[in-house]
Write a protein that binds this ligand. Structure first.
Ligand code: UDP
Ligand code: MG
Length: 136
């Protein structure tokens, strides 16, 4: 049964800075994701705090928000059958050291915080996160 979904992907500052954006977009396209929309933006710390609100009680929250707002990022709406889960699989584990071979984080991630990509983890969060970047 088909279950076309949209999910939010972000190419994080560490990857944009290393000029990996085109290569990472190619990985998505090669895995049959359609990139419906994309934009390069630099968000403020308070916008990052809003985006990562879900993590506000975590010890890494402040550093995470500093980091996401530290340089340009590329936000994308990805579409595919089961896009949310498929993107999470393609990204790999949060810690690149623990990510499976062939995943984006294994290949490009530097560390658990500089792990090159973000991907929505549920339908509810995908909707919220897509709206965050693309609701005009
Ligand atoms: N993060 C971190 N330290 C940790 C766990 C997470 O710096 O111990 C960062 C990391 O950049 C991660 C983001 O916080 O991508 C969000 O964490 P989450 O657990 O949601 O991981 P993800 O969904 O990105 O795999
Ligand atoms: Mg997450």
């Amino acid at each position: 049964m088909s279950n076309i979904q949209q999910t939010l992907s972000i190419i994080k500052p560490d990857a944009v800075e290393r000029n990996l954006s085109e290569e990472i977009k190619k990985v998505f396209k090669n895995n049959n994701f359609n990139i419906l929309k994309e934009k390069k933006v630099k968000i403020s710390k308070s916008e990052a705090e809003k985006f990562y609100q879900i993590h506000q009680t975590k010890p890494f929250y402040n550093d995470l928000c500093e980091y996401l707002s530290s340089g340009p990022i590329i936000a994308m709406i990805l579409e595919k059958n089961d896009a949310i889960l498929e993107n999470r699989k393609l990204m790999g584990a949060t810690d690149p050291l623990k990510a499976d071979i062939g995943t984006i984080r294994k290949k490009y991630g530097i560390s658990i915080d500089k792990n090159s990509v973000h991907g929505s983890d549920s339908e509810e969060n995908a909707k919220k996160e897509i709206d965050f970047f693309f609701k005009d």
